[in-house]
Design a protein around this ligand. Structure first.
Ligand code: SF4
Length: 177
């Protein structure tokens, strides 16, 4: 029905073409391996936190472009990351919520099809149904029940990795002025 059309998400970074319907394989691999990715990310987060003084010394604004580019590359491949700037993969079973065509930060909506697919794009499994599956495999999977704040559009395109380091460093994690 929707085969061959492009599937836009709510968050389309500049230069990134929407996915072709039916080509979501790596995204779902990440959900199936949510437990492994959770452990890898925990280790990476420790490195980020420990590196905060060095990153601060170099300068977060100077680092923003190259780190955001690296993040876009890695997380774009693994999660179809949309660079929302405030990553919540750890709370969504490693399924990026910004791939929901409605951009729902808390889901699923009431329109999930009986087969677990998206109401809008029938060929695409619902991002939030996948999130629930991934969360079941994660040690911290219960976080999926926490209500997430709305996405902060001021952060779009910014590195959430640096956000983590910056937050660890300043205790705020907020948008730099
Ligand atoms: S939640 Fe945001 S930063 Fe994390 S993968 Fe999705 S778009 Fe990227």
């Amino acid at each position: 029905m929707t085969r061959g059309i492009r599937v836009p998400a709510a968050f389309e970074p500049a230069g990134k073409r929407p996915r072709r319907a039916g080509s979501f394989a790596l995204r779902f691999w990440s959900v199936r391996h949510a437990s492994l990715l959770e452990r890898l990310y925990a280790a990476f987060e420790r490195v980020l936190t420990a590196s905060a003084p060095l990153l601060g010394w170099i300068g977060y604004e100077r680092l923003e472009r190259p780190v955001a580019a690296a993040e876009r590359l890695v997380k774009g491949a693994l999660f179809d990351c949309r660079m929302c700037g405030r990553c919540i993969l750890s709370s969504t079973g490693m399924s990026c919520p910004m791939n929901c065509p409605k951009g729902m930060r808390n889901g699923p909506c009431g329109g999930v099809r009986p087969d677990g697919h998206c109401e809008i794009y029938a060929e695409m499994p619902c991002v939030w149904v996948e999130a629930w599956k991934g969360a079941q495999a994660m040690r911290g999977g219960g976080a999926i029940e926490q209500v997430q704040p709305p996405v902060d559009h001021r952060l779009k395109g910014r590195s959430s990795w640096l956000d983590v380091a910056r937050g660890a460093r300043s205790g705020s994690g907020t948008l730099p002025s």
